[in-house]
Design a protein around this ligand. Structure first.
Ligand code: ADP
Length: 364
């Protein structure tokens, strides 16, 4: 059952700026949907429209099968968690947790029960008598989560909830949110600019760019079948390598990269003819150094810098004008300046039209 339905939602700000062009998707009951994209792409605007904090220019928004376009935030059965916690500094943790329920006139025993429940789930028991200033950033964000929790809303809306935390806390709080989501069977919409957060938390991810939705899919499908150059380059770290060039005949087909060549074999024949322009994308883990052989799918590149990070090594190379990054398991590192032969499996190539920037599908 769809818990939240967006039907052609559009936001034009008063100055004429299009914050969200045309958003249509459903969020299922119990789903954790992530909105991701670079800063300024409109993800907070969209979340705030769902929350009722930003007006809807056109389109229809339903929560739990009710059209809520004109309902105030408090009547939408949602709870929001912000990046900056937004706790009341003069209230204790217990009072902060109880405040929203009190405002709504919830009975005292019920408030106590729900605050106790949330404190247990989030391990806040010891902190109930403390004021926010006495807590660490991570603890404050747990209180903010708790405040949403006690409301038992139909939908949780989270706006960059981990951005104020340091790297280690971000990781542990991320795991907590994922567990909480599972334990509560809650419906969540989660905004982040961080692709790792999006990939690890999202059942499905909505990738946005400049107010436009680019692709909506599961993390793995987004990674394996990005619909255009933007999505391909946005998800994955290090990012996908892109090679832009003209297709030439060279013992099979190849992409002419100026002073280098990417051997394509004949697998691209269906979508690219000799003379046409093409962008080939290859992820760093799909480029494998294999000296000595001259297979059909390969590229020669010169090593500029090796970055060993323990469990793997990033090889930063150059092929003509193109920088190339390969991700390889720990091994003896070749000398800087040496030429490496990189091979790849043809089915790992991502092909894009350089004009439309859209994915071209290979019928392999
Ligand atoms: P994100 O959350 O993806 O970083 P936002 O949704 O906050 O992006 O903003 C999307 C775009 O809308 C930005 O370019 C921002 O400058 C613009 N914007 C936000 N609020 C307003 C406003 N009140 N009036 C005009 N433009 C706005």
């Amino acid at each position: 059952m769809a818990m939240v339905q967006l039907d052609h939602l559009r936001k034009v700000y008063e100055n004429g700026y299009v914050g969200v062009a045309d958003a249509s998707f459903d969020v299922g009951h119990g789903e954790l949907l992530v909105l991701v994209g670079p800063s300024g792409c409109g993800k907070s605007t969209l979340l705030r429209m769902i929350a009722g904090l930003e007006s809807i220019t056109s389109g229809t928004l339903s929560i739990g099968e009710r059209v809520v376009n004109d309902l105030s935030p408090r009547d939408r059965d949602i709870a929001m968690v912000f990046q900056n916690y937004a706790l009341y500094p003069h209230m204790t943790v217990a009072e902060n947790l109880a405040f929203g329920l009190k405002l709504r006139g919830t009975a005292r025993e019920e408030i106590e029960r729900r605050v106790g429940e949330a404190a247990t789930m989030l391990d806040l028991g010891r902190m109930l008598p403390l004021k926010p200033a006495q807590l660490s950033g991570g603890q404050r964000q747990r209180v903010a989560l708790g405040r949403a929790l006690v409301r038992k809303p139909a939908v949780f809306l989270l706006d960059e909830p981990l951005s104020n935390l340091d790297a280690k806390l971000r990781l542990s709080t991320r795991v907590e949110i994922a567990k909480l989501h599972r334990d509560l069977d809650a419906t969540m919409i989660y905004v982040t600019h961080d692709q790792i957060e999006a990939m690890t938390l999202g059942h499905r991810i909505v990738v946005m760019r400049a107010g436009e939705i680019q692709q909506i899919d599961t993390p793995m499908r987004l990674y394996q079948q990005p619909i255009n150059l933007f999505v391909a380059g946005f998800l994955g770290s290090p990012a996908m390598n892109f090679f832009r060039g003209t297709v030439v005949a060279d013992d099979g087909l190849a992409l002419d990269l100026g002073s280098a060549k990417l051997a394509l074999g004949d697998a691209v024949g269906a979508v690219a003819r000799v003379g046409s322009e093409l962008v080939v994308g290859l992820r760093p883990e799909d480029l494998i150094p294999a000296n000595g052989s001259t297979p059909a799918h390969s590229l020669k590149a010169r090593l500029e810098l090796a970055e060993p990070v323990g469990n793997e090594i990033f090889l930063n190379m150059r092929a003509g004008e193109h920088t190339v990054v390969a991700r390889v398991p720990p091994q003896e590192i070749p000398d800087v300046g040496s030429e490496l032969q990189l091979v790849f499996r043809p089915e790992r190539m991502h092909l894009f039209d350089p004009q439309s920037e859209r994915r071209l599908d290979l019928a392999l």
